[in-house]
Design a protein around this ligand. Structure first.
Ligand SMILES: NC(=O)c1ccc[n+]([C@@H]2O[C@H](COP(=O)([O-])OP(=O)(O)OC[C@H]3O[C@@H](n4cnc5c(N)ncnc54)[C@H](O)[C@@H]3O)[C@@H](O)[C@H]2O)c1
Ligand SMILES: O=C(O)C[C@H](O)C(=O)O
Length: 343
């Protein structure tokens, strides 16, 4: 009996090791000690595709790394204290760099209210990544995503290393919420509820396309309430946390899903599609250079950007409102780097 159990354990370990040997990916989390950073790092520790986890923060990363390193999966976890050479070491050779570093909202604040603090944090972390590992896929979680992603693009352009295929604003939480909220309304399994959400990541820039969901019949006040809940889902959490921050656990899951999808695509899996805020041709003719839509991922990052598809008159109006705000948010990010370039 004992030897059978041991054999089973060894077999599981062997499988985990061979899967990882084929996909030896390092992932770095910048802002790893925060509300999102900690559970996100834990989820990444559970991924058989991740062989090395680099955790960087201005405070507490070695402690978080020591803690997570005891989880009995085989990946190596290293914590980095704040110093330029440590940051460079943390991101070096990473396939993916996730940035949840930055302050979260308090009740009464918009995501744009975070700009003054988070813009320079993201600029500097992006600049360090552009210098030490420009080919990494850069996943931006820090808000306001509609502006922080253009900030990263500008930083990479200044260093002559910009590749639009490797820069992603993480909007996965919007589809996670949409799927859950619609399943609550219809009493269905959320796993079967796929809702396309396009645009950006704040308020009216978040545009759920319910006409393309399993429930195009949702209409009138019920539709308005559902759309509003998806657009302002973040506020529900900010209000409930009452000054202690914004979504962290659901966001960790969403960030992990996006990173894992990129690793699956890197490992050769076909047909991996995630919604994400990228440098997109869809509305460039209207002066909007970044837009979230379904994106097929490949080994190099963005493989194919899907259009918004067939939408109804109501959704066309939502997109018009979205584009107005989005344009301003993007311009704000671009202007910030022009006036405050990285040193
Ligand atoms: N994209 C999304 O859907 C989404 C969802 C939720 C939250 N967010 C955003 O994510 C960000 C983080 O949220 P949180 O709840 O984890 O906040 P938090 O305050 O709990 O954690 C932020 C962490 O960043 C660290 N940090 C600050 N400056 C840093 C720097 N220069 N280098 C490295 N680390 C640094 C802090 O020390 C802290 O540990 C916020 O801006 C929030 O608005 C985005
Ligand atoms: O709402 C926030 O400020 C955090 C995040 O963008 C969210 O959507 O939960």
């Amino acid at each position: 009996m004992f030897s059978v159990r041991r054999a089973a354990v060894n077999f599981t370990q062997k499988r985990a090791f061979s899967a990882s040997a084929a996909n030896p990916y390092k992932v770095a989390v910048l802002g790893a000690s925060g509300g999102i950073g900690q559970p996100l790092s834990l989820l990444l520790k559970l991924s058989p595709k991740v062989t090395e986890l680099a955790l960087y923060d201005v405070r507490g990363a070695p402690g978080v790394a020591a803690d997570i390193s005891h989880v009995n999966t085989h990946s190596v976890v290293k914590g980095y204290t704040p110093a330029p050479e440590n940051l460079a070491e943390a991101v070096k050779d990473a396939e993916i760099v996730l940035i949840p570093a930055g302050v979260p909202r308090k009740p009464g604040m918009s995501r744009d209210d975070l700009f003054n603090t988070n813009a320079s944090i993201v600029r500097d972390l992006a600049d360090a990544t552009a210098k030490a590992n420009p080919n990494a896929k850069l996943l931006i979680i820090a808000n306001p995503v509609n502006s922080t992603v253009p900030i990263c693009a500008e930083v990479y352009k200044r260093r002559n290393v910009y590749n639009p295929k490797t820069l992603f604003g993480v909007t996965t939480l919007d589809v996670v919420r949409a799927s859950r909220f619609i399943s609550e309304l219809k009493n269905t399994n959320p796993a079967n509820e796929k809702v396309t959400v396009v645009g950006g990541h704040s308020g009216v820039t978040i545009v759920p396309l319910l006409s393309q969901s399993n429930h195009p019949e949702i209409s009138g006040e019920q539709r308005d309430a559902l759309v509003h809940r998806i657009q302002f889902g973040g506020d529900e959490v900010v209000k409930a946390k009452d000054g202690a921050g914004s979504a962290t656990l659901s966001m960790a899951l969403a960030g992990y899903r996006m990173a894992e999808s990129l690793l699956r695509a890197k490992a050769g899996e076909e047909g991996v599609i995630e919604p994400t805020f990228v440098d997109s041709p869809l509305f460039k003719d209207q002066g909007v250079d970044f837009f979230a839509s379904n994106v097929e991922l490949g080994p190099e990052g963005v493989k194919k950007i899907h259009g918004v598809g067939d939408i109804n008159a109501y959704e066309k109006e939502l997109i018009e409102a979205c584009l107005k705000d989005l344009k301003k948010n993007i311009e704000k990010g671009v202007e910030f780097v022009k006036s405050n370039p990285p040193q």
